[in-house]
Design a protein around this ligand. Structure first.
Ligand code: OAA
Ligand code: MG
Length: 202
């Protein structure tokens, strides 16, 4: 991981803190182990089998953003090493794509965080310019430019920008509570007791 993270909180902590379903489809997975990203989204709408929209998005996105792309389908390698190098050079933090990518070993070597629906080697046309900066549906969640996107080994969340401060504060509280619980476990207490669970169930 080379770029700074907007928050150190994990996707799972943020999902619990949000108390709403901000999780993207778990089928969107990190391209390489330990890939992590956290930053504001810059959205792009593409079409399956064409990646001109992604080339345009890399050229247009402000530095410090995560590209969030709907390309539909998983049969084409919409994104690869060349685009990852271009994105890194332009100060982008990562890519989340509803679609497939290729050049996985090279992108892992580069350390550019990518989350995709899969890996596919077929190349794409470059005809459809795409729609930049408008809301997209990615992994079943509507993402808008400026929303906070966080991805790690567990998955991805997208936090609407209007809720970001509240969710991050709730996540701080949750981590504090879990740290307390885990310290109490070393004293012999149980999760049943600490979480006030009913051992008999409902
Ligand atoms: O051909 C493309 O545009 C996708 C690709 O493999 C790369 O960016 O390296
Ligand atoms: Mg390539």
């Amino acid at each position: 991981m080379t770029a700074a993270l907007r928050t150190k909180h994990t996707s799972a902590t943020l999902l619990e803190a949000a108390k709403s379903d901000i999780a993207l489809d778990p089928a969107l997975r990190p391209l390489w182990p330990d890939a992590r990203l956290a930053g504001p989204a810059y959205t792009v709408q593409g079409v399956p089998g064409d990646n001109l929209a992604l080339h345009n998005a890399v050229a247009a996105a402000p530095p410090g953003h995560v590209l969030v792309a709907d390309c539909g389908g998983g049969s084409f390698g919409h994104w690869g090493e060349v685009l990852a190098v271009a994105a890194k050079e332009r100060g982008l933090l990562g890519l989340v794509i509803d679609g497939a990518v290729r050049d996985s070993a090279e992108q892992a070597e580069l350390g550019f965080p990518v989350f995709s629906r899969g890996i596919a080697i077929h190349g794409t046309a470059k005809r459809y310019p795409g729609i930049l900066g408008r809301s997209v549906l990615v992994g079943g969640v509507v993402v808008r430019t400026g929303d906070l996107v966080v991805g790690d080994a567990d998955g991805l969340v997208a936090i609407p920008s209007a809720h970001e401060a509240a969710v991050l504060a709730a996540a701080d509280g949750r981590v504090e509570q879990e740290t307390f619980i885990m310290s109490e476990l070393s004293k012999g207490r149980t999760t049943v007791e600490l979480l006030r669970l009913n051992p008999l169930g409902d």
